[in-house]
Write a protein that binds this ligand. Structure first.
Ligand SMILES: C[C@](O)(CO)[C@H](O)COP(=O)(O)OP(=O)(O)OC[C@H]1O[C@@H](n2ccc(N)nc2=O)[C@H](O)[C@@H]1O
Ligand SMILES: Nc1ncnc2c1ncn2[C@@H]1O[C@H](COP(=O)(O)OP(=O)(O)OP(=O)(O)O)[C@@H](O)[C@H]1O
Length: 285
């Protein structure tokens, strides 16, 4: 097969604690990455002339800075085969800078997809290590399981979460992850918790108080969503989310949102749609 069409799903951080800071400035975290059945779409066409091209509807990011191109070039360099190339096409649905991992998921689908198309035979562990050099959120998308995570987000243990639907709202602002992690008022010394504490529901997002203060629109979105179900920030924002038992209730809430927020409804999944798509391809080939 010479062309692959692959999903690039979003994630939510169901909670986020910052437990320390490494010497290189990166923060050590505890989080649960919940994968969603909603995201961007990446099409990869095989080329044998060594060229890597990208067509994308992402506004404001140069192609050479796009994580898709950066991931493809990194993998191509490692193959040491000058003939392996690809024409990539990225359809964005996930808002940029939303804390839902859009760019990271695009990069992960690129790595996993090219490994398949170029028949490199690299393990998911190896691909995750390559991805980690481009971004802390990439490994979870490479492994493709809803997971408990530690380290900077690369130490992953798959967990099963309750089957539910999420309303995700995006206020009209863009939060820089680096800005929040560099901020002097960020809480950096949370005590580590056990999975049981998460399962009992006793956790929050340590970035939330600071982000709410810096971005009044995010504060407003959280207050609005709280009317229906406990609401939380994902990652460093700007998106906020709440869970619901069924799709109809989630959709009804999402449709009522003030027009200043964009939003979507998505189902939480334990296995990434990317891996489901590639599993199906393997079955068919
Ligand atoms: C906040 C989360 O979304 C939680 O899932 C992630 O930890 C962020 O992951 P990401 O967007 O892939 O982040 P990267 O692109 O690797 O890093 C962006 C910037 O955020 C800061 N950063 C990121 C992750 C982390 N664990 N500690 C950090 O201090 C660093 O200053 C870095 O320069
Ligand atoms: N394919 C891509 N999609 C989105 N952003 C990209 C992409 N490639 C590069 N970027 C850059 O990465 C930055 C972060 O984008 P992204 O949408 O992944 O943020 P995020 O959802 O906050 O991610 P995270 O939750 O991993 O912090 C953007 O500001 C943009 O400059």
């Amino acid at each position: 097969m010479l062309t692959l069409t692959l999903p690039c799903p979003a994630k939510l951080n169901l909670f986020l604690r910052i437990t320390g800071r490494r010497d290189d400035g990166y923060h050590e975290l505890q989080t649960v990455f919940q994968l969603l059945d909603y995201g961007d779409t990446l099409t990869i066409e095989y080329r044998d002339d060594g060229k890597i091209t990208l067509a994308s509807d992402l506004v404001g990011v140069n192609n050479e800075d796009n994580l898709v191109i950066r991931a493809a070039r990194k993998l191509q360099t490692l193959t040491q085969n000058p003939n392996l190339g690809a024409s990539l096409n990225l359809e964005k649905r996930l808002p940029m800078g939303g804390g839902i991992g859009g760019g990271s998921s695009d990069a992960a689908s690129t790595l996993v997809g090219l490994n398949h198309l170029w028949q490199l035979g690299l393990s998911l562990d190896t691909l995750a290590k390559i991805g980690l050099e481009l971004g802390a959120d990439i490994p979870v998308f490479v492994h493709g399981k809803t997971s408990w995570a530690e380290g900077i987000g690369e130490k992953l243990a798959p967990i099963q979460t309750e089957n539910c639907w999420y309303v995700v709202l995006k206020p009209d602002c863009h939060v820089s992850t680096a800005e929040i992690f560099c901020h002097e008022q960020l809480t950096r010394h949370d005590s580590p918790i056990k999975i049981a504490t998460f399962l009992e529901g006793g956790t929050g997002n340590s970035c939330e108080p600071l982000v709410r203060k810096l971005y009044p629109d995010i504060d407003k979105a959280l207050i609005w969503l709280e009317q229906f179900s406990p609401a939380r920030l994902t990652g460093t924002g700007a998106c906020v989310f709440a869970s619901f038992k069924d799709q109809v209730t989630a959709q009804t809430v999402c449709e009522q949102r003030p027009r200043e927020f964009s939003g979507f409804v998505a189902r939480g999944v334990n296995t990434s749609p990317l891996h489901q798509a590639l599993g199906l391809l393997t079955e068919l080939s």
